[in-house]
Design a protein around this ligand. Structure first.
Ligand code: ATP
Length: 509
């Protein structure tokens, strides 16, 4: 998908009430967005699809909704005060600000693109005889590029691990990386920049104490470990799931809702016996990918990326990456967080955060596997994978969102063919019946073709048209969004068809 198409998706999202820039009448607020009437429906459906999978379908996972504000020591214990920063670099000529590690990663991506180009060229040359694996293993050019990538990756990962800001700048100089906007190589030194938003709690300045807006929802789960353990009947291994807002003062926040300063996370912390974490890490890696695939988008849109470089709390980590319009990028992280968080909270709070295992008769700090997905990124993934512009057999075009029906903002549109002859009354009756179970729209404005297009554009899987025959035999036309096929069914069958299509078991079972 091209940049052009990405721009079209962004403007489609605005035009059809999915996503608006925040504070638009005041010229917007950078990297903050609001969700419109269709956006909020889609977002809620994604939440529900995740929540039901986690909490309703797993007996051993319970939910939580903790506050955004937490005691400031939480962030000291978690390591965020000291270690949650990104390396920042400014270009002195363009005055643009970048993440030093991103500039280097983008350079690597350019070399990767060169490899892809070589493959394309070779495929053209050798046609049917082309053996991609052999070519990748043997082409001297590809080998050269691969060695370059490995060298850069290893320097980058060492520099980040050692917090070596001088070396980060040196890599940028050695690779002759230029500002993507101005082409200038006039860089400042690299500085660390903490991503947490700080605010004050309390009425007067003297009595006020500094707080942070949470940069992740996970810590709310850890600090409630004892409360959940005491009040639910979970036994190890068990999980606590939470959906909520998180805030990060991102250095650069482009790419629409991919990187925001206020966003939402859907996180689940799974507590296991020490020593069993790798088994559960593999289980959750697989389960989470299956959840994504259950939506029916092409499997080639997803891939794992195993981390070589680990965060301070992790002993294994992988991303599920999604092919966004601007390339493969992290959609979800699966992290083996060891006993880092609970142990740190034990020592900072002085309270025991342990589990007494009735099977082994031992008490221990459990290990944790985390699955963490950005709700807004998931929203963008759904939107970009669903968006299609099609030319129809009659030469006309349509823009359609092929959103999986279970997530579609609106499930059915009820459309009287004309605004007379008693058709609106029948349509209203059908609408009033369906609305109790499904988000439904009633629309009698404009010609029927235009009404279909409107529903295609917001991803409504079914359109129900009431015409003169309905008056005689109670049948309606059911139009399917993706195939545009129409079938004649009795109006009494509608509810069942919708129920079957939206049956959670057929999606997640
Ligand atoms: P990135 O490397 O893209 O900054 P991260 O590794 O810092 O992401 P995590 O801390 O693992 O991300 O957060 C878990 C998930 O939260 C991510 O997989 C992503 O989907 C989402 N997320 C993180 N930061 C943002 C953001 N600024 N805007 C939207 N979603 C985000």
């Amino acid at each position: 998908m091209s940049d052009v198409q990405f721009k079209q998706i962004v403007s489609h999202a605005k035009e059809y009430g999915f996503v608006f820039p925040s504070s638009e009448i005041y010229d917007g607020l950078s990297a903050v967005y609001d969700y419109g009437p269709n956006g909020v429906l889609l977002k809620n459906n994604i939440k529900e699809y995740w929540w039901k999978h986690m909490v309703q379908l797993h007996e051993n996972i319970v939910g939580l909704d903790s506050a955004v504000f937490m005691h400031p020591r939480v962030w000291k214990a978690s390591g965020h005060v000291d270690a949650f920063h990104d390396p920042l670099i400014d270009n002195k000529d363009s005055k643009k600000r970048y993440r030093a590690d991103n500039l280097i990663e983008e350079h690597i991506a350019k070399i990767e693109a060169k490899i892809e180009k070589e493959v394309k060229k070779a495929r053209k040359r050798f046609k049917e005889n082309f053996d991609e694996a052999k070519f990748l293993a043997e082409s001297p050019r590809v080998q050269k590029y691969r060695t370059q990538i490995e060298e850069i990756q290893s320097r980058l990962s060492n520099a980040l691990k050692e917090n070596n800001l001088k070396e980060l700048k040196q890599i940028i100089i050695d690779l002759e990386i230029a500002d993507p906007v101005s082409g200038s190589r006039n860089w400042t030194d690299v500085k660390q920049f903490n991503l947490m938003f700080e605010t004050q709690m309390g009425a007067t300045e003297q009595s006020a104490s500094s707080l942070y807006l949470r940069p992740e929802t996970a810590q709310g789960i850890f600090i409630n470990f004892n409360n959940v353990l005491k009040t639910s009947r979970v036994k190890i291994p068990f999980g606590i799931a939470q959906i909520g807002k998180a805030f990060r003062n991102e250095i650069i926040a482009r790419q629409f809702i991919f990187r925001m300063r206020e966003f939402e996370q859907m996180e689940m912390q799974f507590f296991v016996r020490p020593g069993e974490e790798m088994k559960w890490y593999d289980v959750w890696k697989e389960k989470r990918l299956q959840w994504h695939l259950s939506l029916g988008f092409d499997a080639s849109l997803y891939r794992y990326h195993d981390h070589d470089q680990l965060a301070h709390y992790a002993n294994a980590a992988a991303d599920i990456e999604f092919r966004f319009p601007f390339g493969f990028k992290e959609l979800e992280g699966i992290h083996s967080r060891t006993d880092f968080d609970l142990s740190r909270h034990e020592s900072f709070s002085g309270k025991k955060l342990r589990y007494f295992d009735p099977e082994t008769q031992k008490s221990y700090v459990p290990y944790v596997i985390e699955t963490s997905i950005g709700l807004d990124r998931m929203f963008l993934a759904v939107l970009s994978a669903s968006y299609a512009e099609e030319t129809l057999p009659d030469g006309s075009t349509r823009t359609v969102l092929r959103i999986p029906a279970i997530l579609s903002p609106v499930k059915a549109a009820v459309l009287p063919l004309v605004k007379k002859d008693g058709l609106p009354e029948i349509a209203r009756e059908i609408f009033d019946d369906l609305k109790w179970d499904f988000q439904t729209i009633y629309d009698d404005k404009d010609a029927i073709g235009r009404r279909y297009r409107r529903q295609d554009a917001i991803g409504t899987p079914f359109a129900v048209t009431i015409d003169h025959q309905t008056k005689e035999d109670g049948t309606v036309t059911l139009r399917h969004r993706d195939s545009m096929q129409q079938e004649r069914i009795h109006k009494n069958e509608l509810k069942n068809i919708l129920k079957n299509t939206l049956n959670l078991k057929t999606w997640l079972g």
